[in-house]
Design a protein around this ligand. Structure first.
Ligand code: PEP
Length: 251
């Protein structure tokens, strides 16, 4: 069964400047990167063009959000087509900060996923439970609800990657254990199997995000149903290069 390459993706969030991002680009451009890993970086929107023009071609660029319409009178918003137009290949949708701070609903996320896929972007669709939901053992209930809202809008699953990002692990330094993450990834895959069949379940990549750094990346990457890593804080540091090469240590 071929699931596609292991993915290492970044989310720079609202951080960086032209000079600091060009420094990160320079670091990646000069690094020896594992060609068996699919890598993308996601700078703030206004820097996507700059980053794309300066970054090596074998590393993709992603956006952190887009709007749920293709064009029109939506002041301040950005259409997925526009992201494609400036060379972005990925878009992160449903990140917890979008859901919580900007009040994006499950429905909004589903509509954004549909629009982004139609525009030809690869979608990193984020799902994850909050701490209180985790403690109340409602993790799978929450994830299945979020996934349902996304799955309704996906016709072709080949350009969709699911990112499991437990909210309690994001930016907290509290990473899920490899066993915890594996259990949830397996549950997501079995949910996909029951709703969409074997092909979608076996082909869809499910990546883990939440306080990934160089010291935990290898253990997480080792798990059977963890098909990649999604990195926030550590992606702004030189260690991101080593996280991209995490599989090399385990071969
Ligand atoms: C994120 O916000 O998607 C994320 C994974 O952040 P961090 O790695 O900083 O926890």
């Amino acid at each position: 069964m071929v699931r596609g390459k292991f993915i290492v993706g970044s989310n720079y969030k609202m951080n960086g400047s032209q000079s600091s991002l060009l420094a990160l680009v320079g670091l990646l451009n000069h690094a020896q990167l594992d060609s068996n890993v699919e890598i993308f970086i996601s700078p703030p929107l206004v820097y996507i063009d700059l980053v794309r023009k300066n970054l090596r071609r074998d590393v993709a660029v992603g956006a952190q959000n887009c709007y749920l319409k293709a064009t029109g009178a939506y002041t301040g918003e950005v259409a997925p087509e526009m992201l494609r137009d400036i060379g972005a290949e990925y878009v992160i949708l449903g990140h917890t900060e979008r859901r919580e701070i900007f009040k994006e609903s499950d429905t909004d996320v589903g509509l954004k996923v549909e629009q982004a896929l139609q525009a030809g972007l690869r979608v990193i669709a984020c799902v994850g439970e909050k701490l209180e939901e985790h403690q109340a053992e409602k993790t799978l209930e929450v994830l299945y609800r979020q996934l349902d809202a996304i799955a309704d809008h996906v016709l072709d699953w080949s350009n969709l990657v699911v990112a499991y990002e437990p909210v309690w692990a994001i930016g907290t330094g509290r990473v899920a254990t490899p066993e915890q993450a594996q259990r949830v990834h397996r549950a997501i895959r079995e949910w996909l199997r029951s709703k969409k069949g074997d092909h979608v379940a076996d082909q869809t990549r499910i990546i883990y995000g939440g306080s990934v750094n160089l010291s935990n990346a290898a253990m997480l990457a080792n798990e059977e149903d963890i098909d990649g890593l999604f990195v926030g804080g550590a992606s702004l540091k030189p260690e991101f290069v080593d996280i991209c090469n995490v599989l090399q240590g385990s071969r």
